[in-house]
Design a protein around this ligand. Structure first.
Ligand code: ADP
Ligand code: MG
Length: 254
């Protein structure tokens, strides 16, 4: 088996009195795709956000490629990292949002070039060459000079994927990448993600596209009420769920 890339252990996260994550364990191996399913409000986005340290955990820990996220360990205590160490850790994690979040004032090419130059201090010429290669990979070589507003939602999301890949992340997190798209544009984005899956990109994908999850995921994780209710290969979780809550959820989305 390949090495563990993402390890989430006993993670709790509350907002005030609201307990959103209540002891989540999740292991993702290098090169594997995990589809994260669950009803609205079950904590899926929060789980992605704590992995990226956009939110701090209250209890438990997360590591990526063996490195604790947001903390260092000394003896049996955890100490918070400084902001600049957290920013460095974030450069190893790609995030693709539901609503793309491209920089509206930058061209498509500059959207992809920005992080490698600003955060990784790559020479611009090298970053441009990488960006051109990535834009070709997502089928948008001819849009390098366009601005986000000139693109369809599907094209904007493909730029967002190219941008996330430009930092050569150890893991790529997707939060409902096709939920904001018109139905006819969903396929082109899923095709790009399938291509990444085939080439061994480690990914965690929150999605309601069950057919897509069945096709690309190595592991399907069903989250409900802030805990992992069920996880396993797609054939097991989607076709023969063992838990009533999983069955009830699937009967609504299938
Ligand atoms: P999902 O992505 O599965 O729909 P979320 O992780 O977005 O669920 O949210 C889980 C719960 O946490 C929801 O009840 C939501 O309102 C709440 N929540 C999420 N983020 C915050 C926040 N920053 N402050 C307060 N409550 C939040
Ligand atoms: Mg969400």
């Amino acid at each position: 088996m390949s090495e563990v890339m993402v390890d989430v252990r006993g993670v709790h996260k509350s907002f005030g009195a609201l307990k959103v994550l209540r002891g989540v364990d999740l292991t993702v191996r290098a090169g594997e795709v995990t589809a994260l399913l669950g009803p609205s409000g079950s904590g899926k986005s929060t789980l992605l956000r704590v992995i990226n340290h956009l939110e701090k955990v209250n209890r438990g820990w997360i590591s990526i490629d063996g490195e604790l996220i947001g903390y260092r360990r000394s003896g049996d205590r955890l100490y918070e990292l400084r902001e600049r160490d957290i920013l460095r850790q974030r450069t190893h994690i790609g995030f693709v949002f539901q609503h793309f979040h491209l920089f509206p004032h930058l061209t498509v090419l500059d959207n992809v070039v920005e992080a490698p130059v600003a955060a990784l201090r790559r020479p611009r010429k090298e970053a441009v060459a990488t960006a051109e290669r990535l834009l070709a990979r997502v089928g948008l070589a001819d849009k390098a000079g366009a601005y986000p507003r000139q693109l369809s939602g599907g094209q904007q999301q493909r730029v967002a994927i190219a941008r996330a890949l430009a930092i050569e992340p150890k893991v790529l997190l997707f939060d409902e990448p096709t939920s904001a798209l018109d139905p006819e544009l969903v396929g082109e984005v899923l095709d790009v993600i399938k291509d990444l899956a085939r080439s061994g990109t480690t990914m965690i994908i929150v999605t309601h596209e069950i057919g897509f999850a069945r096709e690309v995921a190595d592991t399907v994780v069903f989250l409900d009420g802030g805990v992992v209710v069920e996880q396993g290969p797609p054939g097991a979780v989607l076709d023969a769920p063992r838990h009533e809550r999983t069955r009830a959820f699937l009967s609504k989305v299938l």
